[in-house]
Design a protein around this ligand. Structure first.
Ligand code: ADP
Ligand code: MG
Length: 331
C-alpha cells in the first residue's frame, strides 16, 4: 500500500521501525498462554492457556469524529489503546495482546514515532504485546482490537438485581469538562484545566478494579457515553431500573473549581469519555471493597430497582424520572 520513497519508510520498514517491539520469547509466555507468532506472518497465532477464556474487543477512532484534527500523536497512541483496554477492564479480563489497523493520510515519521511511543507506554503498563495489524493509506483512522483472558466468569452488563448497589470508580465528568475549553491555547490553561485536559487525553483503564470485581459485581460497564447512558445499558440488559443520587456522584476538585455545580453534574451524568467503571454489587459484598470506598477509589451513587427506568434522587428524597441520553452516533 505504501510505496518506499526517499521521503519516508515504506510499509514494512514502518512496521519494523515503529511497531515491532524487541522482547525475549520467554516474555511472550505467561499464565494467559503463549504468543506463538506475532508480527510478520499472515496471521498471529496464540495458544490460550487451558481453562482460560479469550475476550476480544475492537474500537475505532476517526479523525474529525472522535478526535480533533491536529491532536498530538502521543495522546492518540495512549488513548486509542486505553479505550480498548477499558472494555477488557469492564469485563474483569486480564489484558494480553492487541492488533492495530492504521489508516494514515501520509507517512509522517514524527507522527509515527510519537504515536507508537504513546501506544507502547500504555501497553507496557499492562504487559500487552502488539501481535499484528494492517497499514493503509486514507483518512486518519485508528482501529485497535484487544485480546484479554479470564479464568472464571466474565463480568457482563446483564446480571444486575433489584437492591444491588450502584458504584463508580474515580471521578466523573472530567473529560466532558475538558471539551469545553479544548480550543483555548494550552499556555492559557490554569492548573485545573490542565488536569481536566489530561483526564480527557490520557484515560486510565481501570483494569485492577475490574479484576478485583470478578465474582463480586453482578454487572459492570465502562463509562464511555456518560453515567446515565451506560448505567442505562446495564439496566436494559439486566431488565431492571436504577436511581442515582446526584449529590453522591464523585466530582474532582478540578471540575468543581472550573464549572458551576449544575454544569459539573451535567458533565458527570451525561458526558462521555471518562472510561471509569460503573458496576452493581449486592449489599453484602460491599465489605470486600470497603477499603476502596474509604479511599474514594470507588463511590456508591445509587441502587438498582425492579421497576425499569432511571431516576435521580434529590436530597429531599424525591425521585424524578430522567432520560438517559449520553452521546450517540448516527443521530
Ligand atoms: P497481509 O498482506 O498478509 O495482510 P501485511 O502486509 O498487511 O500482510 O502485514 C505484514 C505483517 O505486518 C503482518 O504480520 C501484519 O500483521 C503486520 N502488520 C501490518 N501493519 C501493522 C501495524 N500497523 N501494526 C502491527 N503489525 C502490522
Ligand atoms: Mg494486510
Amino acid at each position: 500500500m505504501f510505496g518506499s520513497s526517499p521521503a519516508g519508510p515504506g510499509e514494512f520498514e514502518l512496521i519494523e521501525q515503529y511497531f515491532r517491539q524487541p522482547g525475549a520469547a520467554a516474555a511472550l509466555e505467561s499464565e494467559q498462554g503463549a504468543i506463538l507468532l506475532g508480527i510478520g506472518d499472515d496471521c498471529a497465532v496464540v495458544d490460550v492457556a487451558a481453562g482460560r477464556k479469550l475476550l476480544m474487543s475492537i474500537d475505532t477512532l476517526v479523525e474529525g469524529v472522535h478526535f480533533l484534527p491536529g491532536t498530538e500523536p502521543d495522546v492518540l497512541g495512549w488513548r486509542s489503546l486505553a479505550v480498548n483496554i477499558s472494555d477488557l477492564a469492564a469485563m474483569g479480563a486480564d489484558p494480553w495482546c492487541f492488533t492495530l489497523a492504521l489508516t494514515l493520510p501520509r507517512t509522517d515519521t514524527h507522527w509515527l514515532r510519537e504515536y507508537s511511543q504513546g501506544l507502547f507506554r500504555l501497553a507496557k503498563r499492562f504487559g500487552m504485546h502488539l501481535i499484528g495489524g494492517d497499514t493503509t493509506r486514507g483518512p486518519l483512522t485508528l482501529t485497535l482490537q484487544v485480546q484479554g483472558t479470564l479464568a472464571g466468569a466474565p463480568l457482563t452488563r446483564s446480571g444486575a438485581k433489584p437492591g444491588d448497589l450502584v458504584l463508580v470508580s474515580g471521578t466523573l465528568g472530567d473529560a466532558a469538562a475538558a471539551l469545553r475549553f479544548l480550543d483555548l491555547p494550552r499556555e492559557a490553561y490554569n492548573d485545573a484545566q490542565q488536569y481536566l485536559r489530561r483526564r480527557y487525553e490520557y484515560p486510565e483503564p481501570r483494569v485492577a478494579i475490574g479484576q478485583k470485581l470478578r465474582g463480586l459485581a453482578t454487572a459492570a460497564i465502562d463509562i464511555s457515553d456518560g453515567l446515565l447512558a451506560d448505567l442505562g445499558h446495564i439496566c436494559e440488559r439486566s431488565g431492571v431500573g436504577a436511581w442515582i443520587a446526584p449529590a453522591q456522584v464523585p466530582l474532582s476538585a478540578a471540575i468543581r473549581a472550573e464549572l458551576p455545580r449544575d454544569d459539573a453534574l451535567q458533565c458527570a451524568l451525561e458526558g462521555g469519555d471518562d472510561y471509569e467503571l460503573c458496576f452493581t454489587l449486592p449489599p453484602d459484598k460491599l465489605r470486600h471493597i470497603q477499603n476502596w470506598v474509604e479511599e474514594g477509589l470507588v463511590t456508591l451513587v445509587g441502587e438498582i430497582t425492579s421497576e425499569p427506568g432511571l431516576w435521580l434522587r434529590d436530597p429531599s428524597g424525591q425521585l424524578q424520572v430522567t432520560s438517559s441520553r449520553g452521546y450517540r452516533h448516527f443521530e
